[in-house]
Design a protein. Sequence first.
Length: 353
Amino acid sequence: MAYTTINKQSAHFNTKLYTGTGSSNAQTGVGFQPDFTWIKSRDSSSYNNLIFDAVRGATKYVKSDANSAENTLAQSLKSFDTDGFTVGTEADVNNNSTSYVAWNWKAAGSSSSNSNGSVTSTVSANTTSGFSIVKWTGTGANATIGHGLGVVPKMIIVKDTDANDNWNIYHASIGNDSHLHLNLTNGNSGSSTYWQDYTPTNSIFYIGSDPAINASGNEFIAYCFADITGFSKFGKFTSKGDDDGVFVNTGFAPQLVMLKPLATDTWSNWYVFDNVRRDFNLNDKPLYWNLATREAYYGGSPASNYAQIDILSNGFKIRRDGNWGPGASNQASVYMAFGQTLVGSNNVPVTAR
């Protein structure tokens, strides 16, 4: 059982389910005022994955399943509230009778200037849970950016909010000379113009000269995540290709598991499972951060025929062989997982959710 400095997981990350009303709709019960909220409809393929954060401000969103620039809609996510958030009439987040999921992270609430890098950034950092939101203006030349975590981030998600350009992801498991695109199924690609072939430190991360990561004069947003014992984990595994698939030990009971195969094909999506939408095993109702596709549906047939995992007390286990990315034979995949705290820093078992 992993001991953790986080005695209450739901004070830092939580998954919220709700039903749209088509009118102003306040959601409570998140457990904190979120600074980063990712919303997706569960039962419709008509609505995108929308990402909101408190550094850019409520009503401003980017789509994880598209390369489009930031948009502002007053009737999208209207406000971050003390115990949740309020959505307006925008159908992507609040169509009448449509089911939604919102994944919520807490940063620091307010943001501050950070001068640790060569470029001054605006940062909201939760050093307890290893999560920060970082905003800066691109220079077009090699630069360093302060992230505010105080530890080395394992995963960094970056978007140029001023341009129709791909999302770019650093994941420690594929190294500092490779990147992934959140809105695409592409496998890892190598380029020294993205991270300068340098690993992030406990204060900065490196960006290169490629316009996709550092266009001069454009505004960028980054979401930085670190490993926190008993709470969050980022890694890589290689699948076995059978129904008794590989087990990945995270050291905690995950609430959310994201899987991305390191291949380029139609099955190499960004699969997202959580134990709130599916609170028993088999967990076969993924959503996809690179697709507008509804829950448990992909490619014209139910994803439950393919994408299956078990969420366990100390990790997750891949189920189902075949050609769904992480279940294929000898397929490398990266993952991110956020958990339900089992044992806190006072060595006392705590409530999982």
